[in-house]
Design a protein. Structure first.
Ligand code: BTN
Length: 321
């Protein structure tokens, strides 16, 4: 642990009590000047730390930011989120994740408070103001490229389950939108870098409209979008939420890598808002309309067309009609 993180840990353990500079310097084996510098850097990061001569330092407030030290605290994972890159603002966490993918381990997470050029599916933009949760995970699964779409379902199930535990009726619209009362609250973007039969890495980007006022959103998306603040009538603890999603994702992802996609599909079906609905699916230049009757063992949506024929779709844009 870096001295700065250690200082933060000690201050937190004291629950607002003063800790002397002398104690910190002795415990960490660094000079009082260095202690003071680290305190300064924590303050720059948004921590409110009071200092009083002859008493020392005390932590008064933890910033409402998805700081790595906060997310990592008590994070119960083996590899997801062990390495976190944090940005106040960035073009896109998924673009950054691709830059970092080769030299960073599986499970590395990139988080930002705000994205300037957030990416949505199908080449669309993704509006990402402060207050939301915008992060991407670097994964290096040893699976064939044509199984990568399954990871979208794994991530969708993880998010839907964690949101449901907040008391929300979180449902999954195929393939990967999380809806609350038919309005989108979260989108997932899965991208990969692969050769013909080898996946080099996969980036799973998750965007959640958490503590966001709907009137902050562009008018075009406002009608079909909701936020956790809107649904709950209060703000959510974004740190706890990210932690919960990383933990749940790792659990399902690990099972998936061991070959258990079956239980993901079962969970996906339980949260699905698409199955049993009349849908229009636009996949490239093709559009089909019919009833979504299920999802097969491979994660493909099964659609029964009006003439009774059955089509399977691996990906596309789905409209509930
Ligand atoms: C969708 O179109 O539904 C997918 C949206 C995915 C948005 C997330 S936010 C974090 C990550 N970084 C991006 O630029 N996009 C994804």
């Amino acid at each position: 642990m870096q001295p700065k993180e250690k200082i933060l840990e000690i201050l937190k353990e004291k629950h607002g009590e003063f800790v002397s500079g002398e104690y910190l310097s002795e415990t960490l084996g660094i000079s009082r000047t260095m202690v003071w510098k680290h305190i300064g850097s924590l303050r720059d990061g948004g921590y409110i730390i009071e200092s009083v001569t002859s008493q020392g330092y005390r932590l008064k407030e933890i910033p409402d930011r998805l700081l790595p030290a906060e997310v990592k605290q008590d994070l119960k994972t083996d590899f997801v989120g062990k390495e976190i890159y944090y940005f106040d603002e960035i073009k896109s966490t998924s673009v950054k994740a691709k830059e970092l993918a080769t030299d960073n381990p599986e499970g590395t997470v990139i988080i930002a408070e705000k994205q300037l050029e957030g990416k949505g599916r199908m080449g669309k933009g993704w509006y990402s103001p402060p207050g939301g949760i915008w992060f991407s995970m670097i994964l290096k699964p040893r699976i064939p490229p044509d199984h990568v779409h399954r990871l979208t379902l794994v991530a969708g199930v993880a998010v839907a389950e964690v949101l449901s535990e907040l008391g929300l009726n979180a449902e999954i619209k195929w393939p990967n939108d999380i809806l609350i009362n038919e309005k989108k609250v979260c989108g997932i973007l899965t991208e990969m870098e692969a050769e013909l039969d080898v996946v080099n890495y996969v980036i799973v980007g998750v965007g959640i409209d958490a503590n966001i006022d709907l009137d902050m959103l562009p008018p075009i998306t406002m009608m079909q979008t909701t936020s956790l603040r809107e649904e709950l009538g209060r703000d959510v603890d974004r740190i706890a939420l990210v932690r919960g999603i990383l933990e749940r994702f790792e659990r399902h992802y690990t099972a998936f890598l061991k070959g258990d996609f079956h239980s993901i599909l079962k969970r996906w079906r339980e949260h699905s808002s698409t199955i049993g609905r009349r849908v229009k699916i636009v996949a490239g230049l093709r559009t089909i309309e019919g009833e979504a009757v299920g999802i097969d063992h491979d994660g493909e949506l099964i659609v029964e067309l009006d003439d009774g024929t059955v089509e399977k779709e691996i990906t596309g844009t789905c409209y509930h009609i």
